[in-house]
Design a protein. Structure first.
Length: 31
């Protein structure tokens, strides 16, 4: 059960980092 939660956290962490990277790229494009 613990392993499933750790993988779930890593999954959401990766999505969050991808989202932040996309937002940063959009801001850089605007500039």
């Amino acid at each position: 059960m613990v392993e499933i939660w750790s993988y779930h956290a890593l999954f959401w962490l990766a999505i969050g980092m991808l989202g932040i990277a996309m937002i940063c790229l959009l801001f850089i494009k605007d500039i």
